[in-house]
Design a protein around this ligand. Structure first.
Ligand code: AMP
Length: 224
């Protein structure tokens, strides 16, 4: 099972990503977590990205893409499944992440969109701030992160809808209810993904996906 998640901050992608990963026994690749670990450990990468995280801004694409490539190579060695959480955040990342996945023969089966409105996610993030003391969970930074989400991340959802891999879930409900709906949807897709019919179907899907990302010609041919 190969899932990428798109959601506003506070919609629960960290929580649901971990639950999906545990359910399918696949790696949970969470870019925000990986970056925060670097900051905590004061690595040179951590020191370089700390200000972006504190301000709620996106770190440079190449930094995240290098991290994701490394994690995807490890995921391939571990069986090929993954839950990607936190990337893509913009169109350039969507294209680059797709190209990395295609090169590795492991493009996403599902783009999972967690849908929640600004008032609800703001309420959740402020509640989390009291518990976790994340530097980017202040009212001002939350407002900026949400604006950024609407401006540069949300527009990529329609690409996945056009490609036929979008699953959108109402994330305004309690965690366990959302979890059930996600797992029911993903479990329902599993036989289809495993079947030979799926491999027969994929080439067409992938070719149009490649076109949508501006890739044409033989390079757009699907892998596995
Ligand atoms: P998250 O835990 O997904 O809310 O991410 C926390 C912070 O990490 C974001 O506000 C960004 O500063 C940074 N970050 C996480 N993922 C990305 C990404 N794909 N591209 C750029 N910055 C990211």
């Amino acid at each position: 099972m190969r899932v990428l998640m798109i959601a506003p901050p506070g919609a629960g992608k960290g929580t649901q990503g971990a639950l999906i990963a545990a359910h399918f026994g696949i790696p949970h690749i969470a870019t925000g977590e990986l970056l925060r670990d670097h900051v905590t450990q004061r690595t040179s990468l951590g020191l370089a990205v700390q200000e972006y995280l504190d301000r709620g801004e996106l770190v440079p694409d190449q930094v995240v893409l290098d991290m994701v490539r490394e994690a995807m190579v490890a995921a391939k060695a571990a069986g090929g499944g993954y839950v990607l959480d936190g990337i893509p955040r913009n169109m350039q990342q969507a294209r680059a992440a797709y190209l990395i996945a295609r090169e590795l023969g492991m493009t996403a089966d599902v783009a999972l969109h967690l849908d929640a409105d600004d008032a609800e996610v703001t309420r959740r993030l402020l509640a989390r701030a009291a518990l976790e003391h994340r530097s980017d969970d202040t009212a001002d930074v939350i407002a900026g992160r949400l604006a950024l989400y609407h401006r540069v991340t949300a527009p990529i959802i329609c690409w996945y809808r056009d490609r036929g891999i979008l699953v959108s879930v109402d994330a305004m409900r309690p965690v366990q209810q959302i979890r059930r709906e996600i797992l029911t949807a993903l479990d329902g897709m599993r036989p289809l993904l495993d079947s030979e019919a799926a491999s027969a179907r994929h080439p067409g899907d992938l070719a149009t996906l490649a076109e949508a990302f501006g890739v044409t010609g033989p390079a757009a041919a699907p892998r596995g």
